[in-house]
Design a protein around this ligand. Structure first.
Ligand code: NDP
Length: 452
């Protein structure tokens, strides 16, 4: 049977774009891709990219303060959100065009429409057009989830932050994960009065406990009012803003309430279940190691599969899919020892096992240093850095590395290479320090602080 396309990709985000490009440019496939919103997906349009630019914007006030401490004659001016927003919008337009250009040059046909799956080899677009395809790739990502609480319609999510016409004065951030903690820091840095409610005992669940504690303490010291063990019971519009009743018995008023309470896969309304594609409890598309669903011609990559919801992982999954199906090289995406960074201030970079997870698995040694780094110490700040290695007593391999520091994201990327290669503590030890740096501490920690 002749198909219109060899591959039809639904979703123009990180995973879908990579798969489409490789299948077309390197696999010689005829590829169509449908995107209902803006090309680039969550990462480019309303996630990693605009978030990181906001992180940069929010870091300048403390830099100006430090510059003064170093002898510069500078004064702190105000922050003009509209100037930043204008530049941000222009940058996103540039990036979106770059994504389109790359796909078009690779020979992919872009359809600016929503697509649904009609049968195992047919998609239908919102324009009414139907196409057949030998393979269909679902790469529709995820969207923010807001729990049902009275007044939930008053809440916004990270999607809306980038659309703000003006910065609110007082913001409540709900949640304790990546997005909540990052936005709490960003907004605080931009001069917003930030309160964060988290239902558990400590923010950033899943990360190393000591590192979480370090980040939370630094966030509090910089002015974020973190309330753990606290959740929203109800929200109500009042003259002065949004009145929030919390489980801690307090009513507080805010100008905006930002929910960052997790994300759910965009798998609904695509016609998948009717075809026999299995969905998990959270709606995630269930796939095997090769990203194949229960329907052999349909594959899925990225956040819609809810494996490891990170852009570089979605890209690897998209690449592995294209290698497998269009280049004759069966490839699985490697989900082991994936480093990530939480762009809080200070940043948290992490790879491998937390101390808590590692000690459940085997006997370990913990190496840890906490100190005031030279640059901010000189400026009179109390900021501390944390460097931590978790080491297997038996194999001597470094099982985990956790860094809380300015630019920890940059540092953990490099440490992750060594750890992915299976470096032992002794490999770290025989690496000569780069002096004076913060990260030299990773190769100079001689004595374990504890064994467990
Ligand atoms: P996370 O899963 O990281 O955090 C969700 C938070 O919301 C948790 O603190 C969770 O609490 C809380 N929560 C969940 N449900 C409720 C509820 N019903 N009521 C109150 N609180 C609730 O999700 P995010 O939305 O922050 O991020 C989604 C994913 O995106 C991340 O897991 C990550 O993979 C990715 N991401 C990565 C970034 C990076 O690499 N820097 C940046 C942003 C996102 P509890 O801990 O108790 O479950």
């Amino acid at each position: 049977m002749a198909f219109d396309y060899d591959l039809f990709v639904i979703g123009g985000g990180s995973g879908g774009v990579r798969a489409a490009r490789i299948a077309s440019a390197e696999g010689g496939a005829k590829v169509g891709l449908a995107e209902e919103y803006r090309m680039g997906g969550t990462c480019v349009i309303r996630g990693c990219v605009p978030k990181k630019l906001m992180v940069f914007a929010s870091g300048y006030p403390s830099l100006v303060e430090d510059a003064r401490a170093y002898g510069w004659d500078v004064t702190q001016g105000g922050f003009d959100w509209t100037v930043f927003r204008g530049k941000l919008d222009a940058e996103l337009i540039r990036l979106e065009a770059a994504y389109r250009g790359t796909l078009t040059r690779a020979g992919v046909t872009i359809h600016d429409a929503r697509a649904v799956v009609v049968d195992a080899h047919t998609v239908e677009l919102s324009s009414g057009a139907r196409f057949t395809a030998k393979h269909i790739l679902i790469a529709t990502g995820a969207r923010p989830f807001v729990p049902e609480v009275p007044g939930a319609e008053l809440a916004i999510t990270s999607n809306e932050v980038f659309q703000w016409k003006a910065l609110p004065r007082r913001v409540l951030v709900v949640g304790g994960g990546y997005i909540a903690s990052e936005f709490a820091c960003i907004l605080n840095g931009l001069g917003v009065d930030v309160t964060q409610y988290y239902r558990g005992a400590q923010i950033l669940r899943g990360f190393d406990d000591e590192a979480r504690g370090h980040v939370a303490e630094a966030m509090r010291a910089s002015g974020v009012a973190i309330h753990c063990g606290t959740d929203v019971m109800a929200m109500e519009r009042v003259a002065d803003g949004i009145q929030v009743t919390a489980t801690d018995g307090h009513d507080r008023c805010f100008d905006a309430v930002l929910y960052a309470t997790g994300r759910v896969p965009n798998s609904g309304g695509l016609g998948l279940e009717a075809l026999g594609v299995k969905l998990g409890r959270q709606g995630q598309v269930v796939v095997d190691d090769y990203s194949q669903t229960a329907v052999p011609s349909i594959y899925a990559v990225g956040d819609v599969t809810d494996r490891l919801n990170l852009t570089p992982v979605a890209i690897r999954e998209g690449q592995a899919f294209a290698e497998t199906v269009f280049k004759g090289k069966p490839t699985t995406a490697d989900h082991e020892l994936v480093a990530s960074a939480v762009f809080t201030q200070p940043e948290l970079g992490s790879v491998g096992l937390s101390e808590e997870a590692a000690r459940e698995a085997e006997p370990i040694e913990v190496y840890c240093a906490s100190f005031r780094p030279m640059q901010t110490l000189f400026a009179g700040r109390e900021d501390r850095v944390l460097m931590k290695l978790i080491v297997s007593q038996a194999s001597r391999k470094v099982l985990g590395c956790h860094i809380v520091a300015p630019n920890a994201g940059e540092m953990i990327q490099l440490a992750a290479i060594a750890i992915k290669m299976g470096a032992t503590k002794e490999d770290f030890d025989r690496t000569v320090a780069v002096h004076p740096t913060m990260s030299e501490e990773l190769v100079t920690m001689k004595t374990p602080v504890r064994k467990a």
